[in-house]
Ligand binder design. Sequence first.
Ligand SMILES: [Zn+2]
Length: 61
Amino acid sequence: MIIKCAWCGLVIDDSDTGPVSHGICPSCKKQLLSEKEESEKDEKKIPLESTAKEQSIRVRI
Ligand SMILES: [Zn+2]
């Protein structure tokens, strides 16, 4: 299996031939970890969508 970085496309592991799988290279992992701290506030927007769906289900019942 060939492992490519899903962010920059860098080949992480091409020791085996076969289907291409996606992973993350060390440099992108560092960047992602630093961005994660900043985006934690934005993650709160996702549960709001699920509660809206739950409310629409309650209306049907
Ligand atoms: Zn990368």
